[in-house]
Design a protein around this ligand. Structure first.
Ligand code: TRP
Length: 334
């Protein structure tokens, strides 16, 4: 507990262009959590170097992501928004937790298997121990809850195992985190293959709406979205393309799937797709404007970065010191 609130931690990587899926599925929901939780949201830049990055590009993208957090409506006064790499306790605790994580456990991680297949020329040790760093992220803040997508669930479970293992040896050091099961974020699928998640790394750019796509591009991509030949706007498993468009439309407008079906009863897909495009533009255009404005305000963003890194370090260091003492490191002489 911090300030009488439960603690929530999550993080996102700054690689690739964020998509509408990242926004509707995660970011948008993060904006409302600070009433109930003490929230920490990190730009997970330490994780990003498990894959080679171009330094200049990487730095720019990390700053963009942090700015986007704020543009999306996460208030940097009420939430702690920071770069993981600027709070050294993450790396320090990650090392310690590495020594409490088994090779067997790490070998079973499906993300490791996927990523090593994808980056066969660079299967580095960091890629392997990536989940121990994630555990450090979460446990440093004694997080009660962690909003994660399905793809990170296995890492969260491992975090719990590591925390329990550590606690069993040293006493109650870590809070055991749970998945945040609040209002589930919408799972947005590719517009070109609605059985696949909308992804930053889709080779087919028409499958994803990027947060910075201009209105014309957004409308065009929806026009081209893959549907079916049934011709009715119905929320049905047999029409995955239409189902995805209904999900997008309802998340953007706040209408239920039923209301959407009614609204477009007897109308063709053309009309519906246009409406979805308009609804998404209505959400993304103001977000883009806020982003542009914030990006120009260097001093404001710099201040947010500085203050929040200090705030994060304060909490993180408290946990780290406790852990260092528990494992038997000698106290620093001041
Ligand atoms: N690995 C996560 C991802 O790529 C990002 C992340 C890093 C994270 N540390 C975390 C998510 C801690 C939740 C909690 O999506």
């Amino acid at each position: 507990m911090i300030n009488d609130k439960k603690v929530l931690f999550s993080a996102m990587q700054a690689t690739g262009n964020l998509t509408l899926g990242n926004y509707l599925g995660a970011l948008k929901n993060w904006t409302t959590l600070s009433d109930e939780y003490e929230c920490f949201f990190a730009v997970a830049d330490l994780h990003s170097i498990t894959v080679r990055q171009d330094p200049a590009e990487f730095r720019k993208n990390a700053r963009k992501l942090l700015t986007l957090f704020i543009a999306a409506g996460i208030d940097p006064e009420k939430n702690c928004i920071y770069y993981q790499s600027q709070v050294s306790a993450h790396a320090e605790l990650a090392w310690i937790l590495n020594c409490f994580t088994y090779m067997g456990e790490l070998s079973r991680m499906t993300q490791f298997k996927d990523k090593s297949a994808k980056h066969a020329d660079n299967i580095n040790a960091g890629l392997f121990t990536y989940p121990a760093l994630m555990a450090a992220d979460i446990l440093l803040y004694q997080a009660d809850v962690v909003p994660v997508g399905k793809d990170q669930m296995q890492h969260l479970e491992l975090t719990r195992d590591i925390a329990e293992r550590f606690n069993a040896i040293y006493g109650d050091v870590f809070t055991i985190p749970e998945a945040y099961l609040g209002k589930a974020g919408a799972k947005i699928m590719s517009l070109q293959d609605p059985t696949k998640k909308m992804s930053k790394s889709d080779e087919n750019a028409n499958g994803s709406i990027y947060l910075m796509d201009d209105p014309d591009t957004i409308r065009r991509k929806f026009k081209r979205a893959v549907t079916d030949s049934e011709g009715a706007v119905r929320y049905s498993e047999s029409q995955p393309g239409i189902m995805n468009l209904i999900d997008i439309y309802s998340t953007c407008t706040g209408k239920t799937a039923e209301e959407v079906e009614k609204e477009f009863e007897g109308q063709g897909y053309g009309v519906f797709k246009e409406a979805v495009g308009d609804a998404v533009v209505a959400v993304l255009e103001p977000l883009q404007k806020r982003f542009e404005e914030l990006s120009k305000n260097k001093e404001y963003i710099d201040n947010c970065i500085k203050n929040n890194a200090e705030k994060a370090a304060y909490t993180a260091t408290k946990t780290l010191r406790k852990v260092q003492k528990k494992v038997g490191f000698s106290e620093k002489i001041r």
